[in-house]
Design a protein around this ligand. Structure first.
Ligand code: GLC
Length: 606
């Protein structure tokens, strides 16, 4: 095997999580690595959690006074419809969700294969979903219901051995006269979208906000960690609205009361907290080595919203689970129970269908993590102990699944769902091929659940992570920009949300995106690139090149309908003269537009 005489990917970026450019402090004065590993253990084993967004916003469910409110999140209705606190209070007072059944919720979460629950004890609307001594604006003291859902859930979790996590909106409170967000009742307040710099040096705003933190937010966090038994994790939100010192104060408060309780990075932002969060519904993420958690909704809203029928399919959620675990992350899936305290049947059936897949294939998920082997063109790999799990999203037409970069000796391979043994052959020092049985259809489509194959190795799984270009058949191999290393001033990964899995701000002519690849022999591929560019003053433009070794393909940026209107263009044919590792570089040549372009991926086809 010949290694291309080039260095590995240029200037690797430190930008791991898109909204969290810093690393979590993995070891500190507070804890050693061993202590940290011990605290994180249950969470790394769990891998999957259930978010529950439930509060008075489930009543209007996206509509106010007969009108649909323009907000994708129903729990933001108070802000978006500028509902006066007094009116919201009146609505909340009448709330009586008599169908609420904590045990049923927890048992259904278990059937869905989810191992921890995160319950909204107080969302931005300021309404406590538990019995609070600090403020009587709570479901127990203020609403008709009078029961304490958090207590009932904590008891049900204990009974069912489910880990309990608590969501608490610490920075924003639209009910409190001194907090952030509500400027329609309290015009002097910090606005919902104002940055810290807008108030940090304003004595009035700052002192009032600190009064809210000291009189409501911190005391409520204390009661949550004192009155409800062991709390597995505290999930804070919008911590970027606090100063670092304020974020630290919340962290210290949690650790002083329950040292083993985990805290997410939104307590402020990384490096504070025990693990990082992605953005909401960030579907494309970078491979991460630290502990991180991805959060998704089943439709678009976290809270229950009547008109939101934009459901994700169970198969796409299963893929998301696999993708996240293959990068060492956890996935938290949300449900927004209705006004009566029930789960709407669509949400429940999606979750249970995912649970059905986990019933048979959960071994490849719980306690599993990133594989040292390469990401295959047909799906993802996860690892647990000496077992490599293959998740085939697509099924090759010749039924031969090439397992790239597996260096360990293999004892056996079998289908996880029914234990069927599979034949395997070594096709090179680093690669294996597994034959799928005749009965497995190769027609797999987006709605099919991935096939999972367990590969038992004779020792710990060892591998080569460099992506193998498949030179058989004529399948298209996509090299996404999120899998490239980028360098240069300004160039960055976009948010990773739907339709935002591209690079952004390419204004530096020396910036580049680099992929490491490997071939099994001499190979040639047609190269296409997908990008958005737009037109006119705000558009992209210029020339770029794709290189490998001493070959260079040049092209001019074409106009597309807009920066996010991604279109595919042919660039040329790349040759890899022999088996070995190569770097493919996408580089700017000349930038004539406001930026070069917003590339999404390279596509290689034989
Ligand atoms: C956001 C929203 C909030 C939601 C949360 C979940 O920050 O403001 O409504 O609870 O994300 O991740």
């Amino acid at each position: 095997m010949k290694r291309q005489a080039e260095q590995t990917a240029a200037g690797s970026t430190t930008e791991n999580l898109l909204d969290d450019p810093y690393q979590i402090e993995e070891a500190s004065e507070r804890q050693t690595f061993a202590e940290r590993n011990h605290r994180m253990e249950w969470w790394r084993e769990a891998r999957l959690g259930l978010f529950i967004h439930w509060g008075p916003y489930a009543m209007p469910a996206g509509e106010w006074k007969g009108e649909e409110i323009q907000a994708s999140y129903s729990e933001h209705i108070m802000l978006r419809a500028k509902i006066p606190a007094a009116e919201y209070e009146e609505m909340a007072a009448g709330w009586n969700p008599s169908s609420f059944d904590a045990l049923k919720w927890v048992r259904t979460a278990k059937r869905a294969g989810l191992k921890y629950i995160i319950f909204t004890a107080k969302h931005h609307d300021g309404f406590a979903m538990y019995s609070s001594q600090v403020s009587d604006y709570s479901i127990v003291q203020h609403a008709a219901f009078g029961r304490d859902p958090l207590r009932e859930l904590a008891e049900a979790c204990e009974q069912e051995e489910m880990e309990l996590g608590i969501y608490y909106s610490h920075a924003m409170d639209w009910h409190d006269p001194d907090s952030q967000g509500n400027t329609w009742d309290y015009p002097g307040n910090i606005g919902a979208y104002d940055g810290v710099e807008s108030w940090a040096h304003d004595p009035d705003k700052r002192s009032r906000f600190e009064r809210y933190l000291d009189s409501k937010s911190l005391p409520q966090v204390r009661e949550l960690l004192t009155d409800y038994g062991k709390v597995g994790l505290m999930w804070f939100d919008c911590g970027g609205k606090l100063t670092r010192e304020q974020g630290q104060q919340f962290l210290d408060t949690v650790y002083s009361l329950q040292p083993d309780c985990l805290v997410n990075s939104r307590v402020w932002k990384a490096p504070l907290g025990d693990y990082s969060n992605t953005s909401d519904n960030q579907l494309t993420t970078r491979a991460l080595r630290q502990d991180w958690e991805n959060i998704i909704t089943l439709n678009d809203s976290w809270g229950y919203k009547k008109s939101d029928h934009n459901w994700k399919s169970p198969a796409s959620i299963v893929r998301q689970i696999i993708d996240v675990v293959s990068k060492n992350g956890n996935l938290v899936i949300n449900i927004g129970p209705t006004e009566t305290g029930e789960w709407d049947p669509v949400s429940e059936s999606i979750l249970l269908e995912v649970g059905g897949w986990l019933d048979t294939c959960g071994d490849s998920i719980y306690g599993a993590g990133e594989s040292p082997t390469a990401r295959p063109s047909w799906g993802r790999c996860t690892v647990k102990g000496n077992t490599l799990y293959l998740h085939a999203f697509d099924r090759p037409a010749d039924r031969k699944l090439v397992v790239p970069g597996l260096l360990s000796d293999v004892l056996r391979a079998y289908m996880l769902e029914d234990g069927r043994e599979l034949n395997l052959t070594r096709i090179s020092e680093q690669d294996l091929a597994i034959e799928l049985p005749e009965s497995v259809s190769t027609e797999g489509d987006e709605s099919a659940k991935p096939l999972v194959i367990a590969v038992h190795c004779s020792g710990p799984v060892e591998g080569n992570p460099v992506r193998l270009l498949d030179s058989r058949g004529d399948s298209i191999q996509e090299l996404g920009v999120f899998d490239s290393e980028i360098s240069g001033t300004g160039l960055k990964y976009d948010t990773g949300k739907k339709g935002r899995d591209n690079l952004l701000d390419w204004t530096d002519e020396s910036a580049e995106a680099v992929w490491s690849v490997r071939t099994l022999g001499a190979a040639e591929f047609d190269v296409c690139i997908e990008y958005g560019s737009g037109d006119g003053e705000d558009g992209g433009g210029g020339t770029f090149r794709v290189t490998t070794g001493d070959q260079t393909l040049r092209a001019q940026v074409q106009v597309t309908g807009g920066p996010y209107d991604f279109q595919e263009f042919y660039v040329g044919r790349l040759r890899f003269p022999e088996a070995g590792e190569y770097l493919i570089r996408l580089q700017a040549e000349r930038i004539t537009g406001r930026y070069l372009m917003q590339p999404r991926c390279l596509k290689l086809q034989r």
